[in-house]
Design a protein around this ligand. Structure first.
Ligand SMILES: [Fe+2]
Ligand SMILES: [Fe+2]
Length: 267
């Protein structure tokens, strides 16, 4: 059977609807990022950085073409389980993608055939939060030891490896090296959680992840301003936690931000 026919037979029709739903949600996520509102006073012009102007490009070229539709299934589950984590995943995917595009356009990141894996990893970096109860995800105060163990399970290299092998890459023709790279990218977004070798590229997803958590994710946490997040990046750089190369696109995004509603609200 031709590869395309195999792929066709493998992807149930409902998953295409799911992909369509995620495309719609990505539009909303992108809109939230680029358009300041009283609820979300921060905004960043991602469109110019991404090298394409629509989420369809983001999904179409890299998810659909690689047969990575399994991620659509997992993401829709995450939306039902805990919508804030789902929205955080979409925005982190967009930020990671924008940063990756910027660095590869500047010839500062050699990605070549890794681009699809990078795209899937940004969107799927928190997919194992499916296994973390919403009460734990939403808990405002400090976690108990038991809750911390449950929370940390979403970056356990073993579980990430399982999900990469058994969900993302089912029959898609990725070889072991590529799967290891992607496992590293996803599990590596929380350095120090027991992963043997942290993939350098995971740092880009880490910064995107932190940026969304600090500036865009709602809930009990207060959103910080771009200036405060820039200071945070500076601190991480001086402590050696981030490398300049990976921080560069995010600095650029933040330095060019438009504050919009930040000045007229009382937030
Ligand atoms: Fe995470
Ligand atoms: Fe995250």
């Amino acid at each position: 059977m031709e590869a395309a026919a195999v792929k066709e037979a493998r992807i149930p029709e409902f998953q295409e609807h799911r992909l369509y739903d995620i495309q719609n949600d990505l539009w909303y996520a992108l809109h939230d990022i680029i358009t300041p509102s009283s609820d979300s006073p921060n905004s960043i012009d991602l469109v110019g950085m991404m090298g394409f102007s629509t989420p369809e490009g983001f999904l179409g070229h890299y998810i659909e073409d690689t047969g990575g539709l399994h991620i659509a299934h997992e993401l829709v589950e995450l939306k039902q389980h805990h919508e804030p984590s789902y929205n955080h995943s979409l925005r982190t995917g967009l930020f990671s993608w924008a940063g990756m595009r910027y660095l590869s356009d500047q010839d500062k990141l050699d990605l070549r055939e890794k681009k699809p894996l990078f795209c899937l990893s940004g969107l799927g970096h928190d997919i194992l939060k499916l296994g973390v109860p919403a009460e734990v995800l939403d808990k405002p105060g400090a976690l108990t030891d038991d809750e911390r163990i449950i929370m940390d399970s979403h970056v356990s290299p073993d579980s990430v490896e399982f999900i990469v092998r058994d969900h993302y890459m089912k029959g898609d023709g990725f070889d072991k090296k590529q799967m290891d790279y992607m496992t590293d990218l996803i599990a590596g977004h929380h350095p120090g959680k027991g992963l043997k070798s942290i993939n350098g590229h995971a740092e880009l997803i880490t910064i995107a992840d932190h940026m969304d958590a600090a500036m865009f994710r709602g809930g009990y946490q207060k959103k910080v301003s771009p200036e405060v997040f820039l200071e945070y990046i500076g601190r991480q750089l001086s402590e050696g936690a981030f490398k300049d190369k990976y921080a560069e696109p995010f600095r650029l995004m933040l330095e060019e931000y438009s504050r919009g509603g930040a000045e007229d609200g009382n937030q």
